[in-house]
Ligand binder design. Structure first.
Ligand code: PEP
Ligand code: MN
Length: 358
């Protein structure tokens, strides 16, 4: 798979046979690390929480029998010590643990002076600073070989994905930490094996550095995350079907430059239109102020939204996309009108006003 980092293996280690069977299927595919969770942080009590230390010798058998490097999830200092003692080659920090700075610090402290690669999954909530913070705690502890794993984010009430990808967050993370390889975990993003290739292709198109994917010898009977696991054979097929395109700008690529100039021109017009719209919006704010009207005229807003979402979908634009764009414009418009009403017109307006800020 084009020299990308590949981590694959079952969600959970269930038995020596299951672990070795997964490893046997994966060994010929050229993965870099075989994964299996032995300490499983579960959202609800009563679910299978992993086999614990019992699974460590199974991972050692994978190392010996198939010459594969192995990794597992750690969530506290005790896990780190047991895994290091057993010679586990790489450790990863799960999404629920990254979300807790005390926990991450405990792990970082347990790793001080040890040189073992660590992968850090994004926290469950869409909070870039928490993810970066975890990476920084480990870097401060002297860990040099760090990787980030994008596994999607919990968004209440959303149905398409198990964890919504919110691609802008890993992109922002990469801009903050360009030296850290960014892996994609399409298994936990989708929660559903049929959707994995599409998400994995998106990660390739965005220039990600590799994958962590859940692979089980008999996915339907897996003790955890059954719907999202694939067989080793399917895994190899999926990896082979990914299409890699060069991210390097090719010289003499006239067609691409022409298209980019066209995009630049459209972007310029878009910004001009936004400036014009905001100017009108401020005038409306003045009118509302003089006539004692509220800023939000809900019927009017509903009309604008319906009108533009409709016009967009007629021409092939995704209605969710147009809705999001309009909500952002409307939010900025309200913020500007509030300033007009409070006589703060000269000051810069903050469209994020009213949203959470740390
Ligand atoms: C896992 O990798 O099996 C896991 C529990 O993932 P996450 O921490 O991303 O939920
Ligand atoms: Mn899992």
């Amino acid at each position: 798979m084009n020299q990308r980092i590949q981590i694959a293996g079952p969600c959970s280690a269930e038995s020596a046979e299951q672990v070795l069977s997964a490893a046997k299927g994966l060994a010929p595919t050229g993965i870099d690390y075989f994964r299996a969770g032995i300490w499983k942080p579960r959202t609800r009590p009563g679910a299978f929480e992993g086999v614990g230390n019992t699974g460590l010798p199974w991972l050692q058998s994978v190392q010996k029998t198939y010459g594969l490097k192995v990794c597992t999830e750690v969530a506290n200092a005790r896990h780190v010590q047991a895994a290091l003692k057993a010679g586990i080659d790489m450790l990863w920090i799960g999404a629920r643990t990254t979300a807790n700075p005390f926990q991450v610090q405990e792990i970082a402290d347990a790793l001080t002076g040890v040189n073992v690669p660590i992968a850090v999954k994004n926290p469950t909530q869409p909070d870039l600073a928490l993810w970066s913070g975890a990476i920084e705690r480990l870097a401060n502890a002297g860990i040099q070989d760090l990787m980030a794993v994008h596994r999607g984010f919990t968004v209440h009430g959303q149905k398409k994905y198990r964890n919504v990808p919110l691609w802008q967050i890993p992109i922002d993370f990469r801009n903050e930490h360009p030296e850290i390889p960014m892996l994609n975990d399409p298994s936990h993003i989708t929660g559903k094996r049929s959707m994995i290739p599409d998400v994995a292709q998106m990660a390739v198109d965005l220039g990600f550095d590799g994958f962590m994917i859940e692979v089980h010898p008999d996915p339907d009977v897996a003790w955890t995350d059954a719907p999202q696991q694939v067989t080793p054979v399917r895994y190899a097929e999926m990896m082979a079907e990914l299409k890699f395109r060069s991210s390097v700008k090719k010289e003499g690529h006239g067609e691409l430059s022409a298209l980019r100039s066209e995009i630049d021109m459209v972007d310029e017009s878009l910004v001009d239109l936004l400036v014009r719209r905001m100017g009108i919006s401020k005038e409306i704010g003045l009118f509302k102020k003089e006539h004692g009207m509220t800023i939000l005229q809900n019927a009017r807003w509903q009309h604008i939204l319906k009108q533009n979402v409709g016009q967009g979908s007629e021409q092939g634009l995704d209605s969710g996309f147009v809705e999001e764009v309009y909500k952002a414009i409307h939010q900025a418009s309200i913020a500007a009108q509030r300033m007009v009403i409070r006589d703060e017109l000269g000051k810069s307006c903050d469209p994020q006003e009213g949203r959470r800020q740390d």
